[in-house]
Design a protein around this ligand. Structure first.
Ligand SMILES: *Cc1c(COP(=O)(O)O)cnc(C)c1O
Length: 367
């Protein structure tokens, strides 16, 4: 029997540290609704993310949902189909229409040269994704948004801790950025999420995350329930101290993968190693398989690894424009489709060992 290796494994902080926060929950008898730990965590994130404001949420998806509502979007939102279900669902569940834009095959993020051709008089926003933590072309998106008076909501679920232009936090761009702190993400609060932004959206986002309740006598909009609870905040406060160590460890693991995979024709690491001014977070280990050179396609490699108890993930597959609920919508996204059929995310997480990476790469090499 082989030891099973999954694509990811949650990070756990020191148990005593977590317990010290749990003791405070017991003493304060406060479980949710902007408790003291949530407020403390929010302030820590403002420092770390370098934005003026942070709004914590129970998960990343509901963060996107309340952001779409708080920005008063209407009509159409230009977005990418090479993403997780959440991005597209957050647009449609607010009664808006997603307009699928193809991706740049080099970075797998939205192809900025195609955005303007999709803008109509109904377009109200652009919703790009920093895929695998690789920053979108934020400056070009900013230029387009300004020119056509559009809002920009970034799905930054993969991009916690990423910096660009040397010192800027990734969430400093766009109107609002969404982060996910799901168990499987680089940084977790069990489940959880946040919106980070410089604009004046705090009051509105707070309304939408708590049923639209303005005060005891007034409910002013159709809000959701998206509040982060104190146990999630305790996990966040415990884990935030490890973040530099987590990213450092992943950098080492990624480096080893790259050295080993460079020996194998037809397998290419997908994220550019050095992009000018970018501090990367190594949140995923995506590889692109060229079936002609490698002698096997992505699905065959996925199954071969699975037979040996290595559980890689076809991420993102299928693209959201091919979901049953969206396939009736128009889309011309050949690069996104190609990527979804050739990318495989290999296991990467804090406790993964060099020996385990060698085992994975030996299997990939032994065609
Ligand atoms: C994880 C993820 C989300 C949703 O976050 P949850 O916290 O799981 O709700 C949204 N978009 C992308 C790209 C993700 O990877």
């Amino acid at each position: 029997m082989n030891e099973k290796i999954f694509v990811t494994q949650p990070f756990f902080p020191d148990r005593k540290l977590f317990d010290s926060y749990v003791d405070r929950i017991w003493e304060g008898k406060w479980l949710t609704n902007n408790g003291p730990l949530a407020m403390e965590f929010e302030n820590k994130l403002i420092d770390y993310l370098q934005t003026k404001n942070v709004t914590l949420t129970v998960n990343g998806h509901l963060a996107l949902e309340i952001a779409v509502r708080a920005l008063d979007l209407t009509g159409e939102v230009i977005t990418t189909p090479f993403t997780f279900a959440s991005t597209t669902h957050s647009i449609t569940s607010a009664g808006l229409t997603p307009v699928f834009c193809d991706i740049d095959p080099e970075t797998l993020t939205i192809d900025v040269t195609k955005i303007e051709t999709l803008i109509t008089d109904k377009t109200s926003a652009i919703a790009p994704v920093h895929v695998y933590g690789h920053p979108c072309n934020v400056r070009e998106i900013e230029r387009i948004a300004k020119k056509y008076n559009l809002k920009v909501i970034y799905d930054a679920a993969h991009a916690f801790g990423v910096k660009l232009e040397e010192t800027k936090g990734i969430c400093e761009f766009g109107d609002i950025s969404m982060l996910s702190f799901h168990a499987t993400k680089l940084f977790n609060t069990i489940e959880g999420g946040a919106l980070a932004y410089n604009g004046n959206y705090k009051r509105k986002l707070d309304l939408f995350k708590n049923f639209g309740i303005e005060n005891e006598d007034t409910v002013s909009c159709i809000g959701l329930n998206a509040k982060m609870n104190e146990f999630q905040a305790a996990m966040g406060l415990s884990n935030i101290g490890y973040i530099d160590d987590i990213i450092c460890r992943r950098k080492v693991l990624t480096g080893h993968y790259r050295t080993r995979l460079d020996e194998i024709p037809g397998i290419r690491y997908f994220v550019p190693e050095k992009t000018e001014g970018v501090k990367y977070n190594y949140s995923y280990m995506p590889v692109c398989i060229n079936p002609v050179e490698y002698g096997m396609d992505r699905n065959a490699l996925y199954l071969k690894l699975k037979e040996q108890d290595i559980f890689a993930r076809k991420y993102f597959y299928p693209i959201t424009s091919e979901f049953d609920c969206y396939k009736h919508l128009p889309s011309d996204v050949p690069e996104a489709k190609k990527a979804s059929e050739s990318v495989l995310c290999l296991p990467i997480y804090y406790d993964l060992t060099i020996e385990q990476i060698d085992r994975i790469c030996d299997i990939i090499k032994s065609r």
